[in-house]
Design a protein around this ligand. Structure first.
Ligand code: 13P
Length: 257
């Protein structure tokens, strides 16, 4: 983390979990134990059906709400899809773009990711852009090239004044939901490489402002070590964000002086 230049953001990604009543129960449980520290921003990305209620439920404990994806267009005949404006009007501030599960199961490509990033920015949502390599790609030694490509595609034609506000989440596919975490060194190395890509494209000022998260089995036990890396500015958390006590421990790790 480097709090001097950029925000530390701890974000939960609930994926396809938690109904409205479960969201209410989560809010009740987290409220009394939510850390008061002011160092990190906390976000919960929730299923679209819960956004509006979540905005209200988590307001008191200063948790901002995000969506888990959006469509790249602003309207049209796309049954089942949701636009960035719909998400924004529901009260969300963030939207996850290009999560590996979206890339894998819903054919999202680096090009659609770029369109969605533009849709989010134009609407005033902060995109949390996910990038990451598979185990095969890591073993082939192409991680850095792949990540650089994904970041460059995602940010294509994004103006510097917008680029400095995006969030990038490095999520190695082999660490998602597997209980296998990247080592702090691996996470730090890739997050640093992401910042270098941004620096080459936008200069040092933009690069040092961008929040870069690590995601992939981050939990109460390993958060502190991962967040100690200078280029790891937070986490995008799946499983551990479904349990208020675990999520709070990660926030506490990010709130340490
Ligand atoms: P887990 O924390 O469950 O590994 O999920 C990570 C993730 O995909 C967050 O977007």
């Amino acid at each position: 983390m480097n709090r001097r230049y950029r925000k530390t953001i701890i974000a939960g990604n609930w994926k396809m979990n938690n109904t409205l009543s479960q969201t209410k129960a989560f809010a009740e449980e987290i409220k009394p134990i939510m850390p008061k520290g002011k160092w990190c921003n906390v976000v919960l990305c929730v299923p679209a059906t819960n956004i509006q209620a979540a905005v209200r439920l988590f307001k008191d404990c200063h948790i901002a709400i995000g969506a888990e994806t959006c469509h790249e267009l602003d309207h049209g005949a796309y049954t089942g899809e949701i636009t960035a404006a719909m998400i924004k009007e529901a009260g969300a501030k963030y939207v996850i773009i290009g999560h590996s599960e979206r890339r894998q199961y819903y054919n999202e490509t680096d090009f659609t990711v770029n369109k969605k990033v533009h849709a989010a920015i134009e609407t005033g949502l902060i995109p949390i852009i996910c990038v990451g390599e598979s185990l095969e790609q890591r073993e082939l030694g192409v991680t850095m090239e792949l990540i650089a490509y994904q970041v460059k595609c995602a940010l294509a034609n994004v103006a510097p004044e917008n680029a400095r506000h995006v969030v990038i989440a490095y999520e190695p596919l082999w660490a998602i939901g597997t209980g296998k975490t990247a080592t702090a060194e691996q996470a730090g190395e890739v997050c640093q490489a992401i910042r270098t890509v941004i620096r080459k494209q936008y200069g040092a000022h933009v690069a040092r402002s961008v929040t870069i998260q690590y995601g992939g089995s981050m939990n109460a036990k390993n958060a502190e070590e991962l967040l100690a890396q200078p280029d790891v500015d937070g986490g995008l958390i799946g499983g551990a964000a479904l349990k208020p006590a675990d999520f709070v421990k990660i926030i506490e790790a990010a709130n340490q002086e």
